[in-house]
Design a protein around this ligand. Structure first.
Ligand SMILES: Nc1nc2c(ncn2[C@@H]2O[C@H](COP(=O)(O)OP(=O)(O)OP(=O)(O)O)[C@@H](O)[C@H]2O)c(=O)[nH]1
Ligand SMILES: [Mg+2]
Ligand SMILES: [Zn+2]
Length: 349
């Protein structure tokens, strides 16, 4: 494997936005680094001095890959700097919380393969989290070498957003990655998200020019990936730019993503403005511009169904989250009260 000298802060993606957040004391006394790897029990930061395995406690700020962090001489985390962008989802399974996916991302590569994984509804989910984070999405359709109707599928993706960049390629063919190198500008951080087995690690290796990350063959019976990548990692490109590889996601449930969903379906927003009722649900109300657009063929029914599904999902998850936060807050207050009362008793008050 190639070893490169420790990058400078600028090469790691440092921007004035982060510098403005530092106090003079922090600037003089703290160490500064970027989270480059996040494992189940370990978080690695890279500073101009090298790698640090950070010590976190139950009270530490939540961190995720891409974060800029301050830590002390013993590598104890002090705080996380305010993020310029953040991708998050509802934590998978029955947990009521959000999961931080990646921070301070400049471009998102939504990776989807042109074999059995191809799914427009899924791409719309990723678009919603990108829009919510104000990050430009780029769609990369891999395994073009295994698909007989590449142009049809590319058109379908382009139809989701005429202004979005959509690339089709064979990720195993280095010459086909040239189109993606244009995004790899010095200091730019690019995250790769998508299902398992679509070729995220293959793309990152190809752009790096060496085998930095493990890749794994997909299952023969159903073409699904085997979840080869198990942790998120940020890799510095030799010619500038940073690439973030992530484990394939089984489910991407949206939470607190209303604006992102609305922006992803902006043509429905435009139509909805023309409905007679301002609270039109676009179901059976009279003079519904959205339903009219479906009848005339201007709007695809799939788009409306997908929009409504994602909107409901994010609203439900957001409500559950705020309910839990309210409960936690009340519980915290109760604990404080009990502790204060106990103190009072001890002191004979
Ligand atoms: N034919 C072909 N195979 C590809 C292409 N991209 C990736 N592969 C293969 O697909 C398999 C999965 O690739 P990975 O890079 O491990 O996929 P991943 O998205 O990182 O998957 P996880 O780490 O499980 O999330 C590997 O066997 C790759 O060699 C492509 O464009 N064409
Ligand atoms: Mg991988
Ligand atoms: Zn309507």
């Amino acid at each position: 494997m190639m070893t490169s000298p420790t990058p400078t802060l600028t090469e790691l993606g440092w921007k004035p936005f982060f510098g403005q957040q530092l106090s003079l004391d922090e600037y003089n006394d703290c160490k500064l680094g970027r989270i480059i790897e996040q494992h189940r029990n370990k978080v690695l930061a890279l500073s101009e001095q090298g790698q640090h395995s950070l010590i976190l406690t139950a009270n530490s700020d939540r961190v995720c890959v891409g974060d800029w962090v301050l830590f002390d001489e013993s590598d104890r985390l002090i705080r996380v700097l305010e993020r310029q962008s953040l991708f998050q989802r509802k934590a998978p399974g029955s947990k009521v919380s959000t999961q931080l996916i990646a921070a301070n991302i400049d471009s998102l590569m939504i990776v989807c393969s042109l074999n059995n994984d191809f799914n427009l509804n899924r791409i719309e989910r990723y678009l919603a989290i990108a829009k919510e984070a104000h990050v430009d999405p780029i769609v990369v359709l891999t395994k073009a070498d295994q698909c007989s109707d590449v142009d049809v599928k590319k058109q379908q993706v382009q139809a989701l957003d005429q202004l979005m960049m959509v690339h089709t390629l064979n990720a195993l063919e280095p010459s086909e990655l040239i189109a993606l190198t244009a995004y790899c500008k010095a200091g730019n951080t690019i995250a790769f998200l998508g299902s398992s087995g679509v070729g995220k690690s293959t793309l990152v290796n190809g752009l790096l020019g060496y085998h930095a990350l493990d890749t794994g063959a997909i299952r023969e019976d159903d073409s699904k990936g085997r979840h080869t990548t198990t942790f998120r990692a940020l890799k510095v490109l030799p010619h500038g730019g940073l690439l973030m590889d992530t484990p394939g996601m089984r489910e991407l449930q949206l939470a607190e993503c209303e604006q992102g969903v609305n922006e992803t379906f902006s043509e429905i927003m435009v139509l909805a403005n023309q409905c007679r009722f301002s609270d039109c649900q676009h179901e059976s109300e009279p003079h519904c511009a959205v339903q009219q657009a479906i009848t005339s063929g201007e709007l695809e029914l799939r788009r409306l169904i997908s929009y409504q599904k994602l909107m409901k999902e994010q609203a439900f998850n957001s409500a559950t989250l705020s309910e839990k936060r309210a409960k936690d807050k009340a519980f915290g207050k109760m604990i404080n009260r009990v502790q204060n009362e106990a103190k009072g008793l001890k002191q004979g008050r």
